[in-house]
Design a binder for this molecule. Structure first.
Ligand SMILES: C[S@@+](CC[C@H](N)C(=O)[O-])C[C@H]1O[C@@H](n2cnc3c(N)ncnc32)[C@H](O)[C@@H]1O
Length: 206
């Protein structure tokens, strides 16, 4: 593990290969409709319309605002059928970030990298965030959206133990340890009476 974060916090109940776990498509949503709407609204506020966006750990939905166009939306995930069903994606690939944390895109290809309700599954996050930094253009955004639901056997120990503020800190550390990002913002954009929405957003340093 290439990180000073405690190794034991990355243990998972199920350490079998991730591709096996994600072999069957799950064409479901993982957060309430109100939380999805809040996330789409957040993307509307922060993502540059007309920009190039990478949806990391993607599935059949990207939660991007329906009425905003982007020059390109790329998706990287674990299940071809899910990614093929995602109407927002211009291109996609199946890629296990826990086996190969380097992203398969050239440097400075994207204006934003988004990651929705999936960060808890990464066991080599600092390496992944170094690669996120590299594929972002200077000034580009990393947006990590979290909630409280998960596939419990595949989530790292940290996410079973940490509450809201600690999770926001934890994911902020991923950016800081990777280096090359401005100090991250940590936000609670939870709608009332719905799944929470906690967001870490950091800009690639110019
Ligand atoms: C809870 S789903 C969220 C999907 C989508 N982002 C959303 O908001 O609905 C978790 C996603 O993380 C992706 N994922 C899990 N482990 C991964 C890994 N090792 N490498 C790349 N993607 C992974 C899976 O493809 C899965 O679609």
């Amino acid at each position: 593990m290439d990180t000073p974060l405690p190794t034991e916090m990355f243990a998972r109940l199920d350490e079998t290969p991730d591709l096996r776990f994600y072999a069957l498509p799950r064409l479901v949503t993982h957060i309430d409709d109100a939380t999805i709407a809040a996330l789409s609204e957040f993307y509307r506020e922060r993502l540059p319309a007309g920009g190039e966006v990478l949806d990391l750990m993607s599935s059949w939905v990207s939660h991007l605002p329906a009425d905003v166009s982007y020059a390109r939306v790329s998706g990287l995930g674990m299940n071809a059928q899910e990614l093929q069903s995602n109407p927002r994606l211009d291109d996609w690939c199946v890629h296990d970030l826990n086996r190969e944390p380097r992203l398969p895109y050239p440097d400075a290809s994207f204006d934003a990298v988004i990651n929705a309700v999936s960060i808890q599954y990464l066991v080599r996050p600092v390496e992944v965030f170094r690669s996120i930094r590299d594929v972002l253009r200077p000034g580009g955004l990393s947006i990590v959206a979290m909630s409280h639901r998960c596939f419990p056997t595949k989530a790292i120990r940290a996410f079973h133990l940490l509450g809201r503020d600690q999770r926001l800190e934890w994911v902020g550390h991923y950016h800081q340890l990777a280096g090359g990002f401005d100090p991250p913002e940590r936000l609670d954009r939870s709608p009332p009476n719905a799944d929470p929405l906690w967001v870490v957003i950091a800009r690639r340093a110019v």
